[in-house]
Design a protein around this ligand. Structure first.
Ligand code: PRP
Ligand code: URA
Ligand code: MG
Length: 219
């Protein structure tokens, strides 16, 4: 399975898919093992722009009075800009572009490294506002594999009273999608692809490899 393809998940969880030739082309660059670190970061940034655009379709806006060089009129701004939360390391490659799209957004940080033997998420950094009541949150992580890292992040957000969470991921595995759905947490998913599944070491297949290593080198 290559490109943008979303089967019929999401009966209980809202899933939005970026379905565009440019998204499919950037995703192809990310999947290609011959793509170097710099080109990988560039394609991830481009694709993040499309994912954020998709994630904000239908977002509430507030009217603002403005004056053009010609006449007074009315424009809009986001009523409630999302808190952007990149999950380090791999999510770092999404936050600059997401912030460029929503410059008025605040940014929180979560650091998690999956233990590649147990597959359990190992948290090492948490920098979030104490109270997220009424605050939409976009979690930025290119990979949703088992879903363990995303669920840990969502638990941090829910414990701070977040009730409007969007997981913004480049590639999702059906196992990770199911984990989010079964969690019952107030989360929706915006992604560019739902892939075939996980391999024997819980990497997404066909996937794109280790999204952190492909941007920054091995840890
Ligand atoms: O759904 P899961 O099974 O939890 O796997 C997904 C996680 O794995 C990757 O991070 P990784 O742990 O490799 O850390 P890194 O970003 O520092 O490379 C990825 O960016 C997710 O955070
Ligand atoms: O395929 C995968 C799974 C977990 N983390 C990654 O970076 N890639
Ligand atoms: Mg990694």
């Amino acid at each position: 399975m290559v490109g943008v393809s979303v089967p019929s998940y999401g009966e209980s969880m809202q899933i939005r898919a970026v379905d565009h030739p440019l998204a499919a082309a950037r995703l192809t660059t990310l999947r290609d093992e011959t793509t170097g670190n710099a080109a990988f970061r560039g394609a991830l940034s481009d694709l993040t722009q499309m994912l954020i655009y998709e994630a904000l379709i239908g977002a509430p806006v507030t009217e603002v009075p403005i004056t053009t060089p010609v006449v007074a009129t009315t424009g809009v701004k986001l009523a409630s800009p999302p808190l952007l939360v990149p999950v380090l390391r791999a999510g770092l490659g999404m936050v600059e572009q997401a912030h460029a799209m929503v410059p008025e957004a605040n940014v929180g940080f979560v650091g998690i490294a999956r233990n590649e033997e147990t597959r359990e998420p190992v948290p090492y950094l948490e920098s979030l506002p104490d109270d997220l009541t009424g605050q939409p949150v976009f979690v930025l992580d290119p990979m949703l594999a088992t879903g363990g890292s995303m669920l840990h992040t969502i638990e941090l957000l829910v414990s701070r009273k977040a009730t409007d969470i969007t997981a913004v991921c480049v590639v999702a595995a059906p196992e990770g999608v199911a984990a989010l759905e079964n969690s019952g947490y107030p989360v929706r998913l915006v992604t560019a692809a739902i892939d075939d599944g996980l391999n024997e070491v819980a990497y997404i297949t066909p996937g794109l490899g280790d999204a952190g290593d492909r941007q920054f080198g091995p840890r």
